[in-house]
Design a binder for this molecule. Structure first.
Ligand SMILES: C[S@@+](CC[C@H](N)C(=O)[O-])C[C@H]1O[C@@H](n2cnc3c(N)ncnc32)[C@H](O)[C@@H]1O
Length: 309
């Protein structure tokens, strides 16, 4: 078996590791084809079985590449707008808190490049697969990055000017959410901002996500077809689609559901003031959360800006 380091060299040398090299990701500087190959090959070894994340981390970059055209996480205009001031500043330290792959990091870098600058990145996730992908990605761009593989509440870094998060807080149990927000308060400079997107429910009791299994099956067949068209052998294309379908069929919700009220209260307890919550349609939520029933009436994607007092 190759080591993650040999894969790392392959990512850096610029070879496409997918069967065909005609897939153009939406973000031109994110080598998603090679990063997707890395997680497909290495997630079984790198993901911690106790976290149950292997199906997700193994297939997520491939789903982005093959099914979503390399799309970045939902909300790019919001992140670009709300990070602009930090991107124009003299100190540009950003903590990326939780990332299923390199998509959120790429979106953060794109927001800085829109202002003609580069961020100084800290990335935290408890999973080694996405952590390694982010190291490879930053190495490819020759950007400094401090990658921390630990619980998000244990992040420990020099003070940052901004924290970005996406589809993260609402997946944590309530007590863990509070710990993570307290950690954000510790590492954020006074006046520093949290810029995040996450699903908020109308009621704390609305945390169960009923999955539409017919829709999962339809999406599985579509992904299998696209993987085949991309040049994967039929058994591999079937395995990619089956892996993604397993995580689409899971329900990652936590009780109590994240609501605007409990989010504001948790931030306030940590000395962070929520300044803006903008609600977007839930159809804008991508990833493991997209396939659910009765979503539209009960949950929306919130774009949140909060400032450390
Ligand atoms: C749903 S994903 C983020 C999705 C986001 N839209 C994106 O594109 O990156 C959530 C991430 O949080 C990580 N995670 C979950 N619980 C964590 C914890 N307690 N500490 C650190 N990372 C955690 C998972 O490993 C996963 O990579």
């Amino acid at each position: 078996m190759r080591s993650p380091t040999s894969c790392c060299r392959a990512v850096r040398c610029g070879n496409s590791l997918l069967p065909t090299d005609n897939m153009q990701p939406a973000c031109p500087f994110e080598p998603l084809d090679r990063l997707a190959r890395f997680s497909w090959d290495w997630a079984p070894a790198l993901c911690d079985t106790a976290h149950g994340c292997a199906d997700y981390h193994r297939s997520w970059s491939l789903v982005r590449l093959l099914e979503l055209g390399g799309a970045l996480p939902a909300g790019q205009p919001f992140f670009t707008r709300e990070l602009a001031e930090v991107a124009r500043g003299s100190s540009r330290r950003v903590l990326v808190a939780g990332g299923a792959d390199t998509g959120l990091t790429a979106m953060t870098i794109a927001a800085f490049r829109a202002q003609g600058s580069e961020p100084e990145l800290v990335f935290v996730d408890r999973c080694r697969t996405t952590a390694r992908q982010n190291e490879l990605f930053a190495g490819h761009l020759r950007l400094p990055i401090d990658v921390q593989v630990c619980d998000a509440a244990a992040v420990d870094c020099a003070p940052v000017d901004a924290i970005v998060a996406h589809s993260f807080l609402h997946l944590l149990p309530h007590a863990k959410r509070e710990e993570v927000i307290a950690a954000w308060s510790r590492v954020l400079k006074p006046g520093g901002r949290v810029v995040m997107s996450c699903a908020v429910s109308h009621a704390e009791s609305d945390w169960v996500r009923a999955k539409d299994l017919a829709q999962v099956e339809q999406r599985r067949l579509g992904l299998q077809q696209r993987a085949g068209q991309a040049g994967f052998e039929p058994p591999v294309a079937a395995e990619i689609a089956a892996t993604a379908a397993r995580f689409w069929a899971t329900s990652p919700g936590q009780a109590p559901a994240l609501t605007q009220a409990n989010l504001r209260a948790s931030f306030a307890r940590a000395g962070i003031e929520v300044r803006h919550i903008g609600l977007q349609g839930v159809e804008e939520v991508r990833g493991p959360l997209a396939i659910t029933t009765r979503e539209t009436s009960k949950r929306e994607r919130a774009e949140v800006v909060a400032v450390r007092l």
